[in-house]
Unconditional design. Structure first.
Lengths: 107, 120
């Protein structure tokens, strides 16, 4: 079965750049999306098609992909960015696949 | 704006069938894909399945044999049925509106979620 792998946790100092990665076989041939889930809230789509931001998502969130790794970059991380982040891709056989999630701590 | 609201029993007995409804407002369900996604307490997201307005469905291979997803256009509601539940099915269940393109599919609007506990 298709799997997406994320580090369980990442920490960043306030105002610095946070980098969260997601890897999977042939991920570069698919499109990665990213969701933010703050404690007690529903997930929120923040990046789709590797690098596009939905309306209302701040520019400090950006996405990219290289090879089999997708990257979510949060520039100038703020306390309100402390959340769980999930990558997601579409697989032709399994349809929707989520990564295990990365908890971002802003110090 | 688009709003989704899950509803259903918060407690289901083992071996029984979990049933949830998602009431959608602000958009017709006949125009999009719709997914059910769940999240066990303290764990990550797991896609359950989706339905298209044509009635076409697809489900997570690990759940396929137990999942039924349906929609009712006149009431603008979606439904999820998960049979033969065990404690492992205890989770917050979300319904979500989905958008798609060539090679991508995302959940761009989510409900608030409904906690279902499987216990005798």
């Amino acid at each position: 079965s298709y799997e997406l792998t994320q580090a369980p946790s990442v920490s960043v100092s306030s105002g610095q750049t946070a980098i969260i990665t997601c890897s999977g076989d042939n991920l570069g041939d698919k499109y990665a999306s990213w969701y933010q889930q703050r404690p007690g809230q529903s997930p929120l789509l923040i990046i789709y098609e590797d690098s596009k931001r939905p309306s209302g998502i701040p520019e400090r969130f950006s996405g990219s992909i290289s090879g089999n790794t997708a990257t979510l970059t949060i520039s100038g991380a703020q306390a309100l960015d402390e959340a769980d982040y999930y990558c997601q891709a579409w697989d032709s056989r399994q349809a929707v696949v989520f990564g295990g999630g990365t908890r971002l701590t802003v110090l | 704006q688009v709003q989704l609201q899950e509803s259903g029993p918060g407690l289901v007995k083992p071996s029984e069938t979990l049933s949830l409804t998602c009431t959608v407002s602000g958009v017709s369900i006949t125009n999009y894909y719709w997914s059910w996604i769940r999240q066990p307490p303290g764990k990550g997201l797991e896609w359950i399945g989706y339905i298209y307005y044509t009635g076409s469905t697809n489900s997570n291979p690990s759940l396929k044999s137990r999942v039924t997803i349906s929609m009712d256009a006149p009431t603008n509601q979606l439904s999820l049925r998960l049979s033969s539940v065990t404690a492992a099915d205890t989770a917050v269940y979300y319904c979500a509106r989905c958008s798609y393109g060539s090679g991508w599919y995302v959940a761009d609007h989510w409900g608030q979620g409904s906690l279902v506990t499987v216990s005798s």
